[in-house]
Design a binder for this molecule. Structure first.
Ligand SMILES: [Zn+2]
Length: 75
């Protein structure tokens, strides 16, 4: 007799906000975080969709970065 277990693994959303990150979430960045866990520069990246909120590079990071830098230059 086989027992069928239906597992409903509820993913509890992690709403716990850490008290104060001491470092920017950006890869290899040691600057002090200013907004949403990023330093000013990486927050810009995050806003532009270059980084996820975890500080990971977006899937099409290179393309986005290219356009981001171009947009910055002409601004
Ligand atoms: Zn940074």
């Amino acid at each position: 007799m086989s027992e069928e277990k239906k597992k409903h693994e509820k993913q509890v959303p992690n709403n716990v906000v850490p008290l104060g990150p001491t470092k920017c979430c950006g890869e290899g960045c040691n600057k002090k975080p200013e907004k949403a866990g990023f330093c000013a520069e990486h927050f810009e990246w995050f806003k532009a969709g270059l980084l996820t909120k975890e500080g990971m590079k977006a899937a099409d990071f290179e393309k986005k970065h290219y356009h981001f830098m171009r947009a910055k230059k002409s601004a």
